[in-house]
Design a protein around this ligand. Structure first.
Ligand code: MLT
Length: 261
């Protein structure tokens, strides 16, 4: 499937993959920040934003294949930097494993290498069924919102919370169900980490209620060229809760470890 996308800037290619259930707009701040030095490509993962819903579970491998189809379509055949937040990070890891020749650096934000526990996978299936039966992801989204942001973000940047909430509420129920099933089916990537030899920046939120800091740190340590950055006072959406910290960190990582080689 060819995803909808937008791009900005010129230079070495950076692809940024959004989390669940967002769309490419969550990366607009970082894309604008990098566009002076990089060609930043923002796909909508299958079913989200303006990309079509595809039947069956939206596996991380299928979404990674969509990103490759997009790069092929754009004639980008050399290694690119791939960044992903949360579900986007699961897709970035799938891509690095399946297409190592296409990945020159990884940016892994608020994400993990591990699979779902059986209980978590069962909860996702339950949510997928309820979203399909009602056509209403409202209850799922109501349950997610308080877990996404650190209290400080909710107090100091209410407009950021409102914007993300409106993106989530406009996601298609079928896309939500497909992605829930795809995430539930994802394999444990921990055994793959030692074989992923590209520079990798792992960014964790100190107050992330979805990905514990220790899990993110362990992933960085298992990646041969992993670097770890903990962002204080933010939750699950570090790049949009603390752009003043994350944007320069990402740029200096890309400048030093990707563009310079
Ligand atoms: C995300 O932000 O992409 C999701 O919270 C990931 C997940 O549910 O595992």
């Amino acid at each position: 499937m060819m995803p909808a996308f937008e791009e900005q800037g010129d230079g070495p290619v950076v692809v940024l993959l959004h989390g669940f259930p967002f769309d490419r707009s969550m990366w607009s701040g970082l894309a604008g920040y990098l566009a002076g030095s990089y060609r930043v490509i923002l796909p909508d993962l299958r079913g989200f934003g303006r990309s079509p819903v595809v039947g069956g579970p939206a596996t991380m491998e299928a979404m990674a294949g969509d990103v490759i189809a997009l790069l092929d379509h754009l004639g980008v055949t050399g290694p690119v930097a791939v960044g992903g937040l949360s579900m986007g990070g699961y897709v970035a890891l799938a891509l690095a494993v399946a297409h190592p020749d296409r990945v020159g650096a990884l940016l892994l934000c608020n994400t993990r290498a591990g699979a779902d526990t059986p209980e978590a996978a069962a909860r996702r299936e339950e949510s997928a069924r309820s979203v399909e039966a009602t056509g209403q992801p409202g209850a799922l989204i109501d349950g997610m919102i308080p877990k996404l942001f650190a209290p400080r973000t909710a107090q100091e940047r209410p407009e950021v919370v409102a914007e993300i909430e409106s993106v989530m509420r406009s996601a298609a129920p079928a896309a939500i169900a497909a992605a829930l099933r795809g995430m539930a089916a994802r394999p444990d990537r921990t055994p793959d980490l030692p074989g992923i030899g590209v520079p990798a920046l792992v960014i964790a939120g100190e107050e992330d209620a979805i990905v514990p800091v220790d899990e993110a740190r362990a992933m960085a340590e298992a990646l041969p060229r992993g670097e770890f950055q903990l962002v204080a006072g933010v939750g699950h959406l570090a790049p949009i809760e603390a752009p003043e910290v994350v944007h320069p960190a990402v740029k200096s990582f890309l400048d030093g470890r990707f563009a310079a080689v």
